[in-house]
Design a protein around this ligand. Structure first.
Ligand SMILES: [Zn+2]
Length: 131
């Protein structure tokens, strides 16, 4: 497996360090998939409830709709995080992990250990946030 590039001034990656980051991402992927499966079955149940209780007190229906929206938002976030984590693993396999998507320079070891899903180096990230 290719090791990601380190930034100048950083120690080069070791296979152990990369394995650690990868292991953490893989654990997260497993947890996110489980959460999503739960959330989806919960949502399906509540949707059925909402239909069954269509004649209910409107306040109650409002609370349920709110809960459903909350669940949906969580599901979207988890899905997003899951996709990003999977992408990071794919990049490790492809040997492009740790290379900035925008400028092609090293994202840096310290940054990836803190944000293993980072696709941009700090400079490009800041530029993007300013836009
Ligand atoms: Zn960059």
């Amino acid at each position: 497996m290719n090791l990601p590039p380190a930034r100048s001034g950083e120690d080069p990656w070791t296979p152990e360090e990369l394995a650690e980051v990868r292991g953490a991402l893989e654990e997260e992927i497993t947890a996110l998939r489980a959460n999503l499966a739960d959330a989806e079955s919960g949502l399906a149940e509540r949707l059925t409830d909402a239909v069954a209780n269509a004649g209910d007190d409107p306040t109650d229906t409002g609370a349920k709709a709110y809960q459903r929206e909350h669940d949906l938002a969580l599901t979207y976030n988890s899905r997003d995080l899951l996709a990003q984590s999977e992408r990071a693993i794919e990049r490790m396999d492809a040997g492009t992990y740790g290379v900035c998507d925008s400028c092609g320079h090293a994202i840096g070891k310290a940054r990836l250990q803190a944000y293993p899903r980072a696709l941009l180096c700090v400079v490009c990230k800041q530029r993007e946030e300013r836009r």
